[in-house]
Design a protein around this ligand. Structure first.
Ligand code: ARG
Length: 591
């Protein structure tokens, strides 16, 4: 096919065949394929299997040298149009050089079919992300989950999986008792007309204060929970009202950041939780511990799940048991992904262990991932807070981003060249892009320091740098009057040029696209894609510095257009654009 394929996959197969044929006496021989160092003399890729194979022979007393083994591998290597030649170097490395005609053909296909994903087996995937709690502020931790989850969902969708984006919001539990009781007191007519609660935060605080001080209120709060959990209509209505207030606030954030989610909160699992608790009980998995019912996972876990509290109520643990069962057994998902802060790593370790024990999760059939991430710190390296010590509201944070992005654009004098409309689009692209990219470009396991000044820098691996680089690349073809349609026409007559050393270097980076996508699919670390798109941008700059695409005379008239390079620039832009889409970055034509 003319579609781009994973280079390392192809090499792995070729060398696997060669090594099995060369050493039939070794079962399961090591096949080690690596991308070569940037020095072109070491080839583009390497097969480093000769050394570990020599070790296997040496252990059984045979005298071999890795160089001879490398030669034997090459003698058995099937030919493939992707591989130009192989050379043995040093103690027994095999340097692999790619074929340019093959590269041209693969990149050329982009113009006809767009940037296509590598082929993977279709799966049904449920991704649980964002998941804030009703009546509490959506905080920066939820922001991370939202940004990382959205990107993973986009990656999976690009690969044509069946993806379900689930918002597991905290909308059930004992706190609703006091919220409903307080609502009944404060807005007795709430069942007739929508109560004017603008700030659910302080409403929550008021309710909590009464709960802690007023015994009578506390008792009513408990009664309300019981009524709510038995679905008494008036209490359900009050509960819905409260949820709606939060929901509207969450949606504002999602709209601004272009996030899609389907809400299926903890309340959804109430009856399923009752059912699974019974099942676990009957199967003998529950142990009595001082009145509560607990369930142990496996040897790897040191804390149990609390399935039923001593007052008979259910917990975060039990609703997650019901949810994983629903996802794997009812929805029949092949893969479930949880994007939640690393503070909950233990919770998910126990969840997976208990689900296995209960026969809900079958590791041979299902894949489950806990995608954790570190905490967000302020520039003072302390927990991200406002000056007065309150936690930062996400709306305020996004507003601040818009303000800072506009400052940045003005500093560059863009307000004088762009129309007000273009300026606004550039401002939003930069503001939301920089917030997302700063988060995604760091290894998600690490804590990360939130700094507008850092994320708005226009040098280095930042959204601003990349968005500018992209706009510049796109404008190259445009200045030579090439519209996307004309590019497509041109590509039928002309080939991408990969002759010049810098063209070839860029071409090889672009060819890695399927590998970078598959690597990210494998470990769910979005920063791989950030590093890759940054490498594309810097390699493009190297190319552009030494190769002209459009030559102009002193009066600015175009005298010569290098079509092969126009095509290379366009392929670069198209691959960058695909990466941007996955990362949730929205490039603009002018900025
Ligand atoms: N609402 C929870 C929190 O804010 C996150 C829920 C994550 N998803 C899950 N299935 N437990 O901490």
């Amino acid at each position: 096919s003319s579609k781009m394929e994973s280079i390392t996959d192809i090499l792995h197969q070729l060398f696997h065949t060669a090594i099995c044929a060369a050493f039939p006496d070794i079962t399961d021989p090591p096949v080690v394929i690596a991308v070569a160092a940037s020095n072109p003399k070491f080839g583009d890729y390497q097969c480093n299997s000769a050394m570990p194979i020599a070790n296997i022979y040496k252990q059984s007393g045979k005298k071999v040298t890795p160089r001879n083994l490398a030669q034997k591998i090459l003698d058995n290597l099937p030919s493939h149009p992707m591989v130009e030649k192989c050379e043995i170097a040093g103690p027994g490395f095999i340097n692999i050089f790619l074929n340019r005609d093959y590269a041209v053909k693969k990149l050329q296909a982009i113009f006809q079919n767009g940037v296509q994903p590598p082929t993977v087996e279709r799966k049904k995937i449920i991704i649980d992300f964002s998941s804030p709690n009703i009546a509490k502020e959506m905080h920066v931790g939820h922001l991370r989950s939202t940004i990382i989850g959205e990107t993973i969902a986009r990656l999976l969708e690009f690969l044509n999986f069946e993806v379900h984006r689930i918002n597991h919001i905290g909308d059930w539990g004992t706190q609703f008792g006091m919220l409903i009781a307080h609502l009944q007191d404060r807005f007795p007519d709430h069942l007739e007309k929508m109560p004017p609660i603008s700030d659910l935060q302080s409403f929550y605080k008021e309710a909590k204060e009464r709960f802690d001080e007023d015994e009578e209120f506390k008792k009513r709060a408990y009664d309300s929970v019981v009524k709510l959990q038995s679905f008494e209509p008036k209490h359900i209505k009050a509960w819905k009202l409260i949820c709606d207030v939060s929901r509207k606030e969450f949606q504002k954030i999602y709209d601004r950041l272009d996030i899609t989610l389907k809400e299926r909160g903890e309340s959804f699992y109430q009856t399923r939780t009752e059912k699974i608790v019974k099942e676990l009980e009957e199967a003998g998995f529950l142990e009595n511990d001082d009145g509560r019912k607990i369930m142990w996972g496996d040897e790897s876990t040191t804390v149990p799940f609390t399935i039923v509290k001593s007052d008979g109520g259910f917990t975060y643990d039990s609703s997650d048991m019901a949810a994983i069962k629903h996802r794997l057994q009812e929805e029949k998902a092949d893969w479930v992904i949880y994007v939640v802060d690393s503070g909950q790593a233990t919770h998910f370790q126990i969840l997976f262990a208990c689900a296995k024990k209960a026969g809900i999760l079958d590791p041979k059939k299902h894949r489950v991932d806990f995608v954790g991430f570190g905490v967000v710190l302020g520039e003072d390296k302390k927990k991200f807070k406002t000056r007065s010590g309150d936690s930062i509201r996400l709306v305020d944070l996004l507003d601040k981003g818009l303000e800072k992005a506009l400052d940045k654009l003005k500093e560059k004098g863009r307000d004088k060249v762009l129309t007000p409309d273009e300026l606004k689009r550039a401002q939003e692209s930069v503001a939301y892009g920089c917030i997302k990219y700063a988060d995604l470009s760091h290894n998600r396991n690490h804590e990360y320091i939130f700094s507008f000044d850092k994320m708005l820098e226009d040098k280095g691996n930042t959204a601003v740098y990349l968005l500018y680089a992209f706009t510049r690349i796109r404008s190259i073809a445009r200045t030579a009057n090439f519209t996307p349609e004309k590019i497509k026409e041109l590509s039928k007559k002309e080939n991408i040029s990969l002759e010049h050393e810098k063209e070839w270097k860029l071409g090889k980076v672009l060819l890695r696209f399927p590998d970078e996508i598959l690597k990210t699919l494998n470990d769910l670390y979005p920063h791989h894609i950030c590093e890759y798109v940054y490498e594309i941008a810097t390699t493009f700059t190297e190319f552009y510095d030494s190769c002209y695409c459009v030559e102009k005379d002193s009066s600015g008239d175009i005298v010569k257009v290098n079509y092969g390079r126009i095509l290379l620039a366009e392929a670069t832009a198209m691959i960058m654009e695909k990466c941007f889409h996955i990362l949730g970055l929205k490039p603009v034509e002018k900025m």
